[in-house]
Design a protein around this ligand. Structure first.
Ligand SMILES: *Cc1c(COP(=O)(O)O)cnc(C)c1O
Length: 950
């Protein structure tokens, strides 16, 4: 065993297991299996040229050395990003804890009650601080959340009036620049006309359906928007506000002056800056719009016994169901970051948050007072934490940089300074020295913070918030540590057992890949610092982009999109810009096979394209004849084909090259959904099959953990003709020569998370990556073989092989009264998370083991499935009181004095011997989705509800 070869740690299968597995599958060697799986004409002929792999030890030294190339200045740039203090108890017990970061989106609610509760806390904090009725959990960043508000209000208006001819959306010039850029991107394809201006001079006329304001404004001015909002209401204009979450502790919440939507980031609730992300954005609105809210909403419901339970509510709004009728494509969000921000609220409570907000405000007031004593003019008449200074000295910047301090230089004579939770009196004095030196004046020193407020009475928050028990209980480290553990124990994550979710690629998220996320020199870098200060990041991001381009066989990569769905949207927008650049602005038809993931049609519609669904044949392949007919029919208007490869059916279609050529012959571009890239790396690639652009889900194939539903990173890799259109950023130059406007708020998206994929590639190298792909394919085919005869695999390639995942058919069991959900819930009793349920085919499960699982675990999973198969045979429609219908079985049930079921407790909870050693108890019985949707509750219970407990 070579202990310094990372591949041997990443891959679960040992050399000595191979023979048994290959025999089971029925091949002589791995090469034969790959030969039988991947069509010959798309196999790479030469190995990818990547760096030699580093051992874990060497990688850690390498990444730490690189981190030192980032200069951590005292940074007061603001613009939606502020240094914040991550409580160590949260860092250690959540960010650095696989029990939290390796979990999946909580679709299986019974084994996800912990993170569901953490997310309900997040929603409650947001609801209370914004003064709104309902909040989701969560969105990708403040700017995309603002764009979601713009489109949701448009959608609401269209529905209220049956059609919508009012297309203007007003945007205050106080909006953050990155948000404005993103609104441009998102409004253009939908035909929404943005009008940017001064909200005080806005003419309220019937051409507008909505407006967006920034609170406080981008340079810190706090406006009283109540007048604006009432006039807007009178004119049937809906109003959204992008608000700084910490300021809402001190300022009148927007809900109290009647707005329709409030959005923002929760980064400053204890989340590292990370050179732009990942951070969770929030979206709060009125109950009336609940069916239009983008993203996930956690709601309260009950389980079979009538006990309270949580689950994701209102799932019928999701793009998976609505497809091209969806108004948002949000799938992966920022769950881990929302959990952390929520815990920040739990730890500090309302009193702690008030202390922090007051201190931040006092810091700004003290600084202003002292700067005024130096003779400077501070422009904001009311502010929370950001002040704006007029000065005719042109020395400030040079001196500030000498002291390693960053301000925001608005123009030649305007400097904006945003202070934060970490700003100390020493920092104030440093800022004062910079200005006194620049002005050639004597130094002044402050020794304590001033106590008066600069916020006018009528803008001060008077309402209480976060009065629930959960926010007033866990204020010592011991208490919070135990609360976090209590929640963690309710959740099944990869540190318990395999999570074989097809399409989601739940592989190892190695500790060495994760550790650098905790380093200050990676964490504490603002996304808008001059690039010279972020040299370490620039090296990592360039290398990662280069390696991903090599792996995909493309010319260049943009790391900006922060989820796969955002990547789809970015790729389609690049295609749109390409066609337009050639005078082909009529090309707006997007062909999408019926088996595509729901985000595909949703993204296409957002990009202003018209979706035409093409058929799949009985073998699950794209029906080439149907595709050809439709491509011909729409030849003049064909913009793109979106194709997933290997297909969502888990098959390498052999006609893929013919398909991509066909699209090109009709003037279209080929978008490849790269969610299944784990079956390709090193063996074939999107360039090879003839695609023009693909997104990658770094949180699937490239080892970023799923975090319970995010973060995600969804870079797009493109062929040469699309390179000029890669997305830009209005503050920091990035992207192509003719860059499209922003897709995410930050220039390089979630840079901090990119470190994980960088580590993954640098430690595996070409050989490790390629071997991982082969083993992923072997593991899938091994499971397929072991389950054969018990379950039918729906689709296979021409030589009978699955790719890296397979779909098994559960529809025949309906004759025994058993639905696919019963199987998913019963797997919990066996200690497993269900595979993907009912995607892409209803009534099936899709199993993807990944290369990281070991043989014993694969066997345990197969044993569980085979045992469940026997239980299905014992079940019948006439006797629904059976072990499958009653699953999952909780500790409460199993140890209760009453046992009314016609099978033993042993059978219920310990159906196979291995379970004894590693039992996982679902926290609740089966949850009732419909009940919760009828009685929607999306915040923690008010404190009164606990009255009788205490
Ligand atoms: C996961 C997935 C997506 C969406 O990716 P997100 O990162 O969740 O937005 C798109 N297509 C397929 C096939 C997927 O599996």
């Amino acid at each position: 065993m070579k202990t310094d070869v990372f591949a041997l740690r990443h891959i679960g299968i040992r050399e000595e297991n191979l023979k048994h597995m290959l025999d089971t599958v029925g091949v002589d060697n791995l090469e034969q299996l790959i030969y039988e799986t991947i069509p010959e004409d798309i196999r790479l002929k030469k190995p990818l040229i990547l760096d030699e792999p580093l051992s874990e030890h060497r990688y850690l030294a390498h990444i730490e050395a690189l981190s030192k190339k980032n200069k951590v200045f005292r940074t007061y740039i603001g613009l939606g990003y502020h240094e914040s203090l991550t409580p160590s108890v949260i860092k250690r017990n959540i960010l650095e804890n696989p029990g939290w970061y390796t979990a999946y989106t909580p679709y299986q609610a019974e084994i996800a009650q912990g993170r569901l509760e953490a997310l309900l806390n997040f929603q409650t904090i947001v609801t209370d601080l914004t003064g709104m009725e309902l909040a989701n959990a969560s969105l990708l960043d403040e700017s995309t959340a603002a764009a979601e508000a713009m489109t949701m209000l448009y959608d609401v208006r269209s529905r209220e009036q049956k059609k919508n001819e009012v297309l203007k959306f007003f945007v205050s010039e106080e909006i953050l620049p990155q948000t404005l850029s993103l609104l441009k991107t998102r409004s253009t394809p939908l035909g929404i006309e943005l009008v940017v201006g001064n909200h005080e001079e806005f003419s309220f006329d019937s051409d507008y359906y909505g407006a967006l304001l920034q609170y406080p404004g981008k340079y810190g001015q706090v406006y009283d928007y109540s007048d604006f909002v009432s006039k807007a209401k009178a004119n049937d204009i809906k109003v959204a506000v992008a608000a700084d979450i910490l300021s809402l502790v001190a300022l009148t919440p927007p809900g109290e002056f009647g707005v329709d939507v409030v959005v923002g980031t929760t980064q400053r609730f204890g989340i590292p800056l990370g050179y732009g992300g990942p951070h969770a954005a929030y979206f709060a609105t009125k109950e009336a719009y609940k069916r239009s809210i983008p993203g996930r909403i956690i709601g309260v419901t009950k389980d079979t016994d009538g006990k309270p339970a949580l689950r994701m509510a209102l799932q019928t709004r999701e793009q998976h169901i609505k497809r091209d009728k969806a108004t948002s494509n949000i799938c992966t969000a920022q769950v881990l970051l929302a959990v952390m921000a929520g815990m920040y609220g739990v730890y500090h409570g309302p009193k702690g948050l008030k202390y922090i907000a007051n201190k931040v405000h006092a810091t700004a007031v003290t600084l202003t007072d002292a700067l005024e004593k130096l003779g400077l003019y501070q422009m904001n008449t009311a502010f929370f934490d950001t002040i704006t200074i007029k000065t005719n000295s042109n020395l400030v910047r040079t001196i500030a940089e000498k002291y390693e301090v960053n301000f925001l230089y608005v123009d030649n004579e305007t400097i904006s300074i945003a202070v934060n939770e970490a700003t100390s009196i020493k920092d104030i004095n440093q800022i004062l020295s910079i200005f006194s030196e620049a002005l050639g004046k004597n130094k002044i020193e402050v020794t304590q913070l001033k106590t008066e407020t600069n916020i006018p009475d009528h803008l001060q928050r008077t309402s209480s918030f976060m009065e629930n028990k959960v926010f007033n209980s866990y204020h010592s480290e011991t208490e919070l540590m135990r609360y976090i553990k209590k929640l963690e124990r309710k959740d099944l994550a990869l540190n318990h057992s395999m999570i074989s979710l097809g399409s989601c690629t739940m592989k190892l998220n190695a500790a060495t890949e994760m550790l650098p996320l905790s380093m200050t020199h990676w964490g504490n870098i603002h996304p808008f610092v001059p690039v010279e200060q972020a040299e370490g990041y620039q090296i990592v991001l360039k290398e990662l982009a280069k390696d991903l381009s090599i792996i995909t066989g493309f010319a260049d990569t943009s790391l900006q999109p922060n989820s796969g769905a955002q990547g789809e949207y970015a790729g389609l927008m690049a295609i749109r810009a390409y066609h337009e650049s050639r005078g082909d602005s009529d090309r707006n038809i997007c062909l999408i096979p019926s088996s595509a993931h729901g985000t595909n049609p949703a993204s296409a519609v957002m990009a202003g394209m018209k979706v035409i669904v093409t058929k799949t044949d009985e073998k699950g392949n794209i029906d080439v004849a149907d595709l050809e007919e439709k491509a011909k029919l729409h030849s003049n208007k064909l913009a793109a084909l979106m194709v997933t490869y290997p297909s969502t059916h888990g098959v390498f279609e052999s006609s893929i090259k013919q398909i991509t050529k066909l699209i090109h012959d009709h003037g279209g571009q080929v978008y490849m959904d790269g969610a299944n890239m784990n079956a390709q790396v090193g063996l074939t690639n999107p360039g090879m099959i003839g695609a023009d652009v693909c997104h990658l889900n770094l949180h699937k194939t490239f080892a970023i953990p799923h975090g319970g539903g995010g973060p995600g990173v969804g870079p797009i890799c493109v062929a040469p003709q699309l390179v000029p259109f890669l997305p830009g950023n209005p503050v920091i130059a990035t992207g192509g020569k003719n860059a499209i406007t922003a897709i995410s708020a930050a220039p390089w998206g979630s840079s901090l998370a990119c470190l994980i994929s960088y580590a993954y590639i640098k430690m595996l190298g070409e050989e490790g990556l390629t071997h991982s792909t082969k083993i992923a394919i072997l593991n899938a085919n091994y499971i397929k073989q072991r389950l054969s005869g018990k379950f039918d695999v729906l689709y296979t390639g021409e030589k009978g092989r699955a790719a890296h995942e397979m779909i098994i058919d559960c529809r025949p069991f309906k004759q025994n009264g058993i639905e696919v959900t019963d199987i998913a819930k019963r797997l919990m009793d066996y200690g497993f998370h269900a595979p993907t349920v009912s995607f892409p085919v209803a009534g099936t499960v899709m199993i993807e083991p990944t290369e990281s699982e070991n043989l014993e675990e694969l066997d345990r999973f197969c044993d569980a499935m085979i045992s469940i198969r026997a239980e299905i045979d014992e079940s019948s429609q006439e006797q629904p009181d059976n072990v499958l219908k009653n699953a999952p079985h909780t500790l409460d049930m199993t140890t209760g004095d009453e046992w009314p079921f016609p099978y033993s407790r042993q059978k219920a909870a310990f159906p196979l011997p291995y379970i004894r050693e590693n039992k996982f108890w679902p926290a609740v019985r089966r949850v009732d989705d419909a009940y919760g949707d009828r009685n929607l509750i999306c915040t923690c219970a008010p404190i009164e509800a606990y009255a009788d407990i205490e």
